[in-house]
Design a protein around this ligand. Structure first.
Ligand code: APR
Length: 282
């Protein structure tokens, strides 16, 4: 509730929270128009019947991908990070960085909106990979994104030039390891954290879901539903609400509203600037 958020704001304003670690999932991007995975009706997994999967998560399972890569590649077009605008929540992460208190953002998302909002790459751990590069799942040879996209646009399945194996973007499938950077930074950052914010995640997928249990500092949840073991610790702050609304409330308590809204407004300018340039050339 908001009274507990006042305590969180006090930590931030008093400079007592200088190593904030944020752990996020698809729920922080739903207001950008990107569906999450498990919300009933609107979640991605509730809308994959056309792919005739044995079960929804099969579309991201490495074993199923080997047998039927068409299922993932049918979806890949929709999944590709496109022209989405960061949310207020993403701008709040950039604001924490500007305030010099952001230690790291661990994200399960592949939409790169944290970076687009202004969080530097060294402050982000893409725990479930990203579309930044593509590799053969057998021999590891890299395939350029332009090459992969051309093959996808031709409605074909990308195969490795070297060994003919299947190629896929570097997003982490079920059955694959998370990036080494996750295992390097998780123990260090969870120990150094003096405030943890968890937002927009069902905490269903391990090992990411274990992160909130590894900290001994105060933990804040911004999520539509209660998840993990939030509420078990008396220091837990649980705000069951839309994450944009929740961070706007926290920003107000910190006296950061004008800064947050200005940063978020700028993310729209980038988008319109792009269109404007288009017109200028038109
Ligand atoms: N504000 C706050 N919470 C929200 C909002 C919102 N606007 N929208 C959705 N949520 C919550 C949902 O209630 C749910 O608890 O965010 C959570 C989203 O959970 P999932 O859809 O399971 O997404 P996520 O936790 O990121 O999934 C983890 O599963 O399929 C794999 O690799 C994929 O990274 C993904 C992983």
């Amino acid at each position: 509730g908001s009274s507990e958020l006042a305590g969180v704001a006090a930590l931030l304003k008093a400079g007592k929270a200088r190593n904030v670690v944020v752990m996020v999932g698809a729920g922080i991007s739903t207001s950008a128009g990107i569906p999450d995975f498990r919300s009933p009706k609107t979640g991605l997994y509730a809308n994959l019947s056309r792919l005739k999967l044995p079960y929804a998560e099969a579309v991201f399972d490495i074993g199923y991908f080997r047998r039927r890569p068409e299922a993932f590649y049918t979806l890949a077009d929709e999944l590709y990070p496109g022209k989405f605008r960061p949310t207020v929540f993403h701008s709040f992460l950039a604001l924490l960085e500007r305030k010099g208190v952001l230690r790291r953002v661990f994200t399960q998302n592949i939409d790169t909106l944290e970076h687009l909002a202004g969080v530097p790459e060294d402050k982000i751990v893409w725990a479930h990979g990203s579309f930044a590069a593509n590799h053969c799942i057998d021999c590891g040879t890299e395939m350029a994104t332009a090459t992969l996209k051309a093959i996808m646009d031709a409605g074909k399945i990308p195969h490795c030039a070297r060994c003919k194996g299947l190629v896929k973007p570097d997003i982490v499938f079920f059955g694959e390891n998370l990036p080494a950077r996750f295992f390097e930074l998780a123990p260090v950052d969870t120990r150094a954290a003096d405030l943890v914010i968890v937002a927009g995640t069902s905490l269903q997928v391990h090992p990411f879901a274990d992160l909130p249990n590894q900290v001994s500092c105060p933990r804040v949840l911004f999520n539509l539903e209660r998840v993990g073991d939030f509420g078990r610790r008396k220091t837990d702050v649980t705000v069951l609400a839309d994450c944009d609304t929740a961070v706007r409330e926290l920003a107000t308590l910190c006296g950061w509203t004008a800064e947050l809204e200005a940063m978020w407004a700028k993310t729209a300018m980038e988008e319109t600037k792009g269109e404007a340039e288009g017109e200028a050339e038109g």
